[in-house]
Design a protein around this ligand. Structure first.
Ligand code: 5GP
Length: 150
């Protein structure tokens, strides 16, 4: 039996596919041959990063298991860098699949959200963060990645 359930298919013109192809800008923090990580433009907390596979996958339901496994090392690396770079006390990782699961952009992505005790996630208001602020947080996370790389 296939692991893959039926989904509505992959739209190569979704926003994250365009970011992957360089057709739309992003505030990049990390890239390897399997994944790309960049700042969420409408963050639920300061330092909120998205990690996406380079493989064209709609969500967790339809991604090839090998492509999923291949991006996990990058996801962990980014989570550690967000934790260190943002001086966070914890990390929340979220992944939404299909509209009923809360998914809005239909290219698989993991939310990596730094957390601090007693501070709830901000509501999803649709307000875009200032680019300079996103750049500042990206700089902190990239600096942490550089330290981790030794
Ligand atoms: P989800 O599909 O898991 O509900 O969330 C999609 C996420 O993508 C949201 O957190 C939203 O803020 C983020 N997002 C939507 N459009 C863009 C964009 O053009 N650039 C970036 N960097 N993030 C985006």
């Amino acid at each position: 039996m296939s692991l893959h359930a039926q989904t509505a298919g992959y739209d190569p013109d979704n926003i994250f596919a365009k970011i992957l192809r360089g057709e739309l800008p992003c505030e990049k923090v990390y890239e390897d041959s399997h994944c790309l990580a960049f700042m969420d433009i409408m963050p639920r907390a300061d330092g909120h990063v998205l990690v996406i596979p380079k493989a064209p996958a709609r969500n967790i339901i339809d991604i090839d298991p090998m492509a999923l496994a291949a991006m996990m090392a990058g996801l962990q690396k980014v989570a550690c860098a967000v934790h260190a770079g943002m001086a966070a006390e914890g990390i929340t990782i979220q992944q939404f699949s299909e509209q009923a699961g809360g998914q809005v952009v239909f290219h698989l992505h993991f939310h990596v959200i730094p957390r601090w005790n007693g501070i709830p996630l901000r509501p999803h208001t649709g307000a875009m963060e200032n680019r300079d602020i996103l750049g500042d947080y990206a700089g902190r996370i990239k600096a942490a990645l550089a330290v981790m790389a030794g």
